[in-house]
Structure formats: structure tokens, C-alpha cells
Design a protein around this ligand. Structure first.
Ligand SMILES: [Zn+2]
Length: 103
């Protein structure tokens, strides 16, 4: 499918926005993941004043939430297909649209 340069530009702007959302999502997950690793072996430990019984389920809920968010967010702006595990794909593997300008 042929696109006009302005359509192409719009797709790339949407991709930048989606990639930014993906990165913003990952940032709060890292300290939570570390906290879970730290308290795993210490049943009565409290990290940041939150008891360990809360961290496990909270992490699970967050992980599922992050997964659902990724499934919704991490899609090709042109064809709507999931973009896969690549952090910064140059092209959509499904429809071939350029997601980033050539440099
Ligand atoms: Zn696509």
C-alpha cells in the first residue's frame, strides 16, 4: 500500500509516541522487580515500609497490567498488528511500513 509523505510522517510520529509510552511503563517496573527479588528469601521483610505479603501480589498485578498495556500500546500505527519484542524496530514486520525515518 502506497502512502503519501504526510501519512508516512504521521505513522512515524505515532510510533515515537508509542515507544515513549513503552519506555515510561518499564521505568517503574524495574525497582519493583528488584524489591521482589530482595524480599523473596525474607518472609518478614518490609521494603519501603511495605510488607512482603503485599509486594508479591502487587508485582503480579503490575506485571499483568504491563503486559496488557503492551499488547494494547505496542502496535503498528499503520496496520494495528503487534510489533513483537524488538524495542526499536525500523519497519513493521507485518505490513512493511517504515516506523522510523531513514538516517
Ligand atoms: Zn504494520
Amino acid at each position: 500500500m502506497l502512502r503519501t509523505p504526510s501519512q508516512q510522517e504521521e505513522i512515524q510520529q505515532l510510533f515515537v509516541l508509542r515507544r515513549r509510552r513503552q519506555i515510561l511503563l518499564a521505568i517503574p517496573l524495574v525497582p519493583i522487580f528488584i524489591a521482589v527479588l530482595v524480599i523473596r528469601d525474607q518472609a518478614d521483610a518490609a521494603v519501603f515500609g511495605v510488607p512482603s505479603e503485599i509486594w508479591g501480589p502487587a508485582f503480579l498485578v503490575l506485571a499483568i497490567g504491563a503486559l496488557l498495556f503492551s499488547l494494547w500500546n505496542w502496535r503498528c500505527p499503520a496496520c494495528g498488528k503487534y510489533l513483537g519484542k524488538a524495542i526499536s524496530p525500523r519497519f513493521c514486520a507485518k505490513c512493511g511500513v517504515a516506523l522510523q525515518p531513514d538516517r
